[in-house]
Design a protein. Structure first.
Length: 312
């Protein structure tokens, strides 16, 4: 059955049937608006849009994979503020001849990823469009903590990372060269493994700045450096290159450091902490903050790519 055959309201009913309800959802899909609990009294909000051919390809990823990726991109932004995600709002623009089952499986992926943090898809919108587009807005709760901004890093802080980097970029390169293995790298591109709990844990531990690594580690650390008016130096000896990544890099003629330092879509979290503060579980030091500007690698300017830019 195509989307046109299902009709707007028939498709909505099919999609809603795939959604789970989290504990913060007081009123889910079905009315003019949803109602989401906000115990802290402050709501953290973030939006991302994914466009077919720019952010995903249907011949590379299943609709459930795309749903997981779309949810993760937004939920990670909430975690990067030190907050706990509570809800997602999703807008889908799709060609009328697309199968309704595709949208249902997309909803299943969105819901499954949100359920990892106790959040749920609470509403959204649909429209016909020649270009398949998924737009997601995430909401979150600070649970009494101060938000961790990009602008709080201080000289003398250490730079730490939670989660993995480079895996999704390696998987993207593998797929773009026409291969489907190593499976671990391809799956990392299709479904990121986001360290959601590491964000609130960092806030509780006294992180001074934090960011979601979505566009590339060096580029995103550059946002912290600019906002905080400091310099950041990344130490490459702190990174371990997995065997499969090293083998793939050799086969494809790529420097694996480019994947680690400039690859996006893993949605790791990068943060700065005062020196001497014990790092929370799952965090590891990868560099230092100093009295300077910009981002360097092993105290030298990085001449390779920095990361993703939508208009470059």
């Amino acid at each position: 059955m195509s989307i046109a055959e299902a009709g707007e309201f028939g498709l909505i009913a099919r999609v809603v049937a795939r959604l789970e309800t989290g504990p913060t959802t007081l009123l889910g899909p079905g009315d003019d608006s949803a109602i989401v609990a906000a115990p802290d009294g402050r709501i953290v909000a973030s939006t991302d849009v994914l466009v077919e051919g720019r952010h995903f390809r249907r011949d590379w990823s299943s609709p459930a994979d795309i749903g997981h990726r779309a949810a993760a991109a937004n939920l990670a932004d909430i975690a990067a503020m030190g907050a706990v995600p509570t809800a997602l709002l999703v807008a889908l623009c799709a060609p009328v001849d697309m199968e309704a089952a595709w949208a249902e499986d997309l909803a299943g992926g969105l819901s499954a990823e949100a359920s990892l943090v106790g959040a749920s898809v609470v509403g959204g919108d649909m429209s016909s469009s020649p270009t398949l587009t998924v737009a997601v807005t995430a909401l979150g709760d600070l649970a009494g903590q101060a938000p961790v901004l990009r602008s709080g890093a201080q000289p003398g802080d250490i730079v730490a990372l939670a989660g993995r980097v480079g895996h999704a970029a390696a998987g993207y390169t593998v797929l773009s060269r026409g291969f489907r293995t190593p499976k671990a790298l391809v799956e990392a591109y299709r479904r990121p493994q986001v360290p959601y709990a590491a964000g609130p844990a960092a806030a509780r531990a006294g992180a001074t700045a934090m960011i979601d690594v979505s566009d590339g580690l060096l580029q995103d650390l550059g946002h912290i450096a600019k906002a905080s008016v400091v310099g950041v130096d990344v130490h490459t000896e702190r990174f371990e290159i997995p065997g499969q990544m090293r083998d793939a890099a050799t086969a494809l003629g790529v420097d694996p450091l480019q994947w680690l330092l400039a690859g996006g879509d893993d949605h790791a979290l990068a943060a700065t902490f005062p020196a001497g503060v014990p790092l929370p579980e799952g965090w590891r030091q990868i560099g230092v903050v100093h009295d300077g500007t910009g981002v360097t690698v092993d105290k030298k300017p990085w001449t390779g790519p920095l990361g993703w830019d939508h208009f470059r």
